[in-house]
Design a protein. Structure first.
Length: 210
């Protein structure tokens, strides 16, 4: 895997963090400079109409929520991962490989710290698309179902296909069910927790309740 991909991933995570604090998004700035201005829209799924709003504020609010719910879901994954590891099953294989590619061999204490930091960054990035989908639905059961489907799809596309191909490894499907289900379960936990804990971005709240 080209190291530039990891640099790009780190950039996306850092931009999510800064936009949540500064309320400024480089992409929305570029779109505004290009003349693509936000227009009046209606909130989808919340049953109340809203006035025109600034897309950059919505994206910044979504990024802030990705940090919050992504952190909660990322922490919720850890006990399940630890349980599977204690049983001798494979989890977080590509977290370790990615970290080794980035920093090489480091002392154990630093390795665990960096692994945790990388895990949180990945959790933040993965939460944002899911939050944008969940914002269209108010029913908790539907949201949880979407979270489960998202977790399964994320595992299927990223962890079981894209990453093994990038690293030149056999896919978990080729290695057997014992390699598939631990990471799949952890990703299902992630999607469920984000769906249950995420606060939907209410546009009226951004405009001070107008």
């Amino acid at each position: 895997m080209h190291p530039g991909f990891l640099v790009f991933t780190a950039f996306v995570g850092a931009n999510l963090a800064q936009s949540a604090v500064t309320k400024w998004c480089p992409m929305m700035w570029l779109l505004n400079r290009a003349g693509l201005r936000p227009t009046e829209r209606a909130a989808i799924g919340w049953g109340d109409s809203i006035r025109a709003f600034d897309d950059s504020k919505v994206l910044a609010a979504s990024a802030g929520e990705a940090l919050r719910s992504g952190t909660i879901a990322g922490l919720a994954m850890i006990p399940f991962g630890a349980l599977f590891q204690s049983l001798g099953l494979r989890v977080n294989e590509y977290g370790r490989k990615t970290l080794r590619l980035l920093v090489g061999d480091v002392p154990p204490a630093l390795h665990y710290l960096l692994t945790f930091a990388l895990h949180l960054v990945n959790s933040w990035i993965a939460a944002l698309p899911l939050l944008l989908i969940l914002g269209r639905f108010a029913d908790l059961r539907v949201r949880v179902l979407i979270g489960l489907l998202y977790g399964a799809a994320f595992y299927g596309i990223v962890n079981s296909l894209a990453l093994p191909i990038a690293f030149g490894d056999p896919t978990p499907w080729e290695l057997g069910f014992a390699t598939v289900y631990p990471s799949l379960v952890v990703h299902l936990v992630y999607g469920t927790v984000v769906a249950r804990t995420a606060k939907s971005v209410r546009i009226s709240a951004i405009h001070g309740g107008r």
